[in-house]
Ligand binder design. Structure first.
Ligand code: ADP
Ligand code: GLC
Length: 495
């Protein structure tokens, strides 16, 4: 075995403690997979209001976090562990920043106006905690804009700190759309020095861009699929940072996310009506029936049922679904949707549900249980994203034998192989153009395959269910990149 590493892993959301999307799934699973490989991982996240402190162990002394002109702020720290394995997770408790109902936005969906300060605080608190624990990390693994400034902090504010003398950094971009762009005054709170406020590091349009600074300073940058790693170097996917990313492409890698099969497997899923697996699919029929009942749809076994679970935001292709919906409603299908997000979409799809109660049903809200039930009870899963760094739901769908219908982008393109009627190969249905016509015709093709080519459909189902996207494999890829980051760091030290 390679020598074990000490890894400080910071994330703004971690399953099962707080989740708005896939980042939480990754942050809850990857540290465990790394620990299984023999590494020592410490996870740090905020103690949001929703996280119950009663089962956590409080740290005796408060933690001082230097915040420039705001002075030193004192945080409480609670310790827990990731379920299943004894990976420690520390919660940074600071009522004024994290004692709110939302993670990043208020109930109306508006970003909190002090998100810059909140996440500078988290980023620094994780480093301060590391010092307090006398945990000298080999690697600081930052995730998304929330902790993206850590690589820069290591090279500035903490450059001469004994704890981090040999620490290398890796930044994972889970979604380039969200970059953490703020008023430049935050530079003082970061305490990194104004010399870093320039177009090659932190500055973007006279403001500060956390992700940009992170990309400039991380020893290794990863994103969550190979295809997305290529896409973000181009203007349509770069969200203004494509040039900056191209300048750093020599240290950019794509590592596909894995799946926690202890949570997402129809053979062990406690939330579904009847468990099933490849050798006995009868449970899936029961799950479909229960799902139809749950959504007050006519219980019809032979009508193809299409599921959608996700944030109702443009990224997920909801505009394409909206554009195609009237035509789709002329087909003999049922669609169930679970999600929250943009107000127009919540209203629009609720309205469609009222108009087509026999064909379309939606649950506007967040429900992990229902997400599992949709995966199990649907025949097909719709994920027509405009861009998708990795996407987890299509991979979950494969395990549940619910064939994905996706747009060929990012992780969707890397994980889903188009059905080929000539060879009967594939594990789903893909389209390329971001148009509602393309979506409509692909859905039509998928349901026709379901109806008229049951053997080919079942073969694909079997193939999909047999495929594995284990975290172990992804963790090994991260392990290699950690060593690579350490090598880069040492070259810098001894230059
Ligand atoms: P993203 O991180 O962009 O939202 P992913 O596909 O990576 O997309 O991950 C989304 C995760 O969030 C999945 O685990 C999915 O089941 C879950 N999810 C999204 N919306 C909901 C919802 N309304 N209710 C329950 N789970 C949801
Ligand atoms: C992001 C992406 C999603 C990815 C997830 C976890 O939220 O939108 O595609 O699966 O992060 O990496």
């Amino acid at each position: 075995m390679k020598s074990p590493l000490k890894i400080l892993f910071t994330a703004s959301e971690v399953v099962p403690f707080a989740k708005t999307g896939g980042l939480a799934d990754v942050a809850g699973a990857l540290p465990k997979a790394l620990a299984k490989l023999g590494h020592q991982v410490v996870v740090v996240m905020p103690r949001y209001y929703s996280i119950d402190r009663s089962e956590l162990e409080p740290m005796k002394e408060p933690l001082g976090v230097p915040m420039g002109p705001m002075g030193e702020l004192w945080a409480g720290v609670y310790k827990g562990s990731l379920p299943g394995l004894n990976v420690p997770i520390y919660f940074i408790d600071y009522e004024q920043f994290f004692g709110r109902s939302g993670l990043y936005t208020d109930e109306s969906g508006f970003s909190y106006c002090d998100n810059d300060v909140r996440f500078v605080f988290l980023s620094k608190a994780a480093l301060e905690l590391s010092k307090r624990l006398e945990f000298k990390p080999d690697i600081v693994h930052a995730n998304d804009w929330h902790s993206a400034i850590q690589p820069l902090l290591l090279k500035s504010r903490y450059a001469f700190d004994e704890t981090f003398k040999e620490t290398a950094s890796l930044l994972t971009i889970h979604n380039l759309q969200h970059q953490g762009q703020f008023f430049k005054g935050i530079v003082d709170v970061m305490e990194v020095g104004w010399e870093h406020f320039n177009p090659y590091e932190l500055e973007a349009m006279d403001g500060v861009n956390f992700l940009k600074g992170g990309i400039a300073h991380a020893d290794v940058v990863t994103t969550v699929s190979r295809k997305y790693a290529h896409e973000i170097q181009t203007p349509p996917f770069g969200f203004g940072l494509d040039g900056h990313i191209c300048a750093h492409r020599h240290k950019l890698y794509g590592v596909l996310n894995g799946v926690d099969y202890e949570e997402w497997s129809p053979s062990v899923d406690p939330y579904i009506a009847k468990q099933y697996d490849i050798d006995d699919m009868s449970g899936k029929v029961v799950c479909k029936k229960e799902l139809q009942k749950h959504f007050n749809l006519p219980v019809q076994e032979d009508v193809p049922l299409i599921g959608f679970v996700g944030r109702l935001v443009e990224q997920k292709g909801i505009g394409l679904i909206a554009g195609a919906i009237e035509s789709l409603m002329h087909l003999d299908i049922q669609i169930v949707m679970l999600g929250t997000g943009e107000k127009w979409a919540e209203g629009f799809f609720s309205d469609i549900a009222n108009r087509y109660p026999e064909k379309f049903a939606c649950h506007i809200g967040y429900s992990n249980e229902l997400a599992h039930q949709i995966e199990a009870g649907s025949d097909l899963f719709l994920m027509p994203s405009l861009f998708e760094p990795c996407g987890l739901n299509q991979i979950y769908s494969l395990r549940y034998g619910t064939l994905p219908i996706v747009r060929a982008t990012g992780g969707l393109d890397d994980t889903i192989h188009n059905y080929d009627p000539a060879t009967k190969e594939g594990n789903g249905f893909k389209f390329y153009d971001a148009t509602h016509e393309a979506l409509y015709h692909t859905v039509k093709w998928a349901i026709e395959t379901y109806r008229y080519e049951p053997e080919a459909y079942q073969l694909m189902q079997k193939r999909a269910m047999e495929a594995r996207f284990d975290w172990e494999k992804s963790a090994e890829a991260y392990e290699d990149l950690y060593y690579h980051a350490l090598y880069t760091k040492r070259v810098q030290i001894y230059k």
